[in-house]
Write a protein that binds this ligand. Sequence first.
Ligand SMILES: [Mg+2]
Length: 387
Amino acid sequence: MTNRRIIALVDCDSFFVSVEQAENPELKNKPVCVLSNNDGCVVARSREAKKMGITMGMPYFMAKREFKDCTYLSGNHELYENYSKKIMNILKNFSPDVEVYSIDEAFVDLTGVRRLYKKNYADIARMIKSKIMEEVDIPVSIGLAPSKTLAKLASDKAKNTGGLYIIGSRKIFKELKNTKVDEIWGIGNNTASLLRKFGVLNGYELIFQTDEWLKSKINITAVELKHELMGETILKIDSKEKIPKSIQHTSSFKNFSSDKNFIINSLNYHIHRACSRLREIGASCYSVTVLLRTKDFKLYKEKRILSVPTNFELEISAVAKELFEKMYETTVLYRSSGIVLDKFSFKKEEQLYLFDNSEISDKKNKLAKSIDNIEKKYGKNSIKTGY
Ligand SMILES: [Mg+2]
């Protein structure tokens, strides 16, 4: 069959932990866990931590009581995002058709790239793996197949087969016989149980149903999936950058604190990061939410809807400070602070009307731009709002 495409799903292994290990090599080959935003639970585990018996989502207090020999780290999402960007850029050097599927996963359309490198696709996948290892020190698993759905299946298997797994056309039937319907990407619990009810238990049985039957008894998605599983490309690689619906920036303090200035400082730092991300995507926001979490994990939130959207740090910190004052109590110990910006506007005019005087508006925009430029040159947080 012609027109077959070659899709790779590149998936970083234990991504958050791998980033921490790349930054601190003394953590390599040791039990390490990364915790969720407010140190609530385990969200990433090294191989050694998995072996110990630490499970995904296990509450931190429980894990540290039962598994004392493991290193637990607060998540540093900004760092993970930086690594993610670097990895995605490496992938874009191999092919322009890269779909960033999540922070640590991407589909890459490699069709035709073989001619460029004069290598077979397996060797190109190995090249990708070693390039990422060389440049950012992150291990990845790669699934290679003629469709996204099969590539996803292959990448799941790659985790246990040295990091590369290929489902070529000739292997499809054999693979699908060994794949239960609920293991197929895109089949949820409800669809899986419906399929089972009709006696369709694995991928192989699924592709032998007619399109009409699948459409009438299951749904139209099942028809698409059937063809994807047969190795036809139905789901295209979507390389457009996804614009987020909201931007959130939070982190836990090193030590619990009631110190008002300290907490406001931390909040301003989050605002600083969130605003530069907002400008990066060319948006301003209507909604500002301040988050405070106490030592006992109680979460307080205050939200303000602005009449005019903004992406300007000084304005957002002024609003955030008022919201903070509403929640803050001198006698309470806090463990983290954060900011959420959402309800975005992408209209340039609206941002200009923000200020009565367009000259001031111009100056503000210029100031924000210079801050971003300085940061590009000298690194993040080389400039911040003074408090
Ligand atoms: Mg992963």
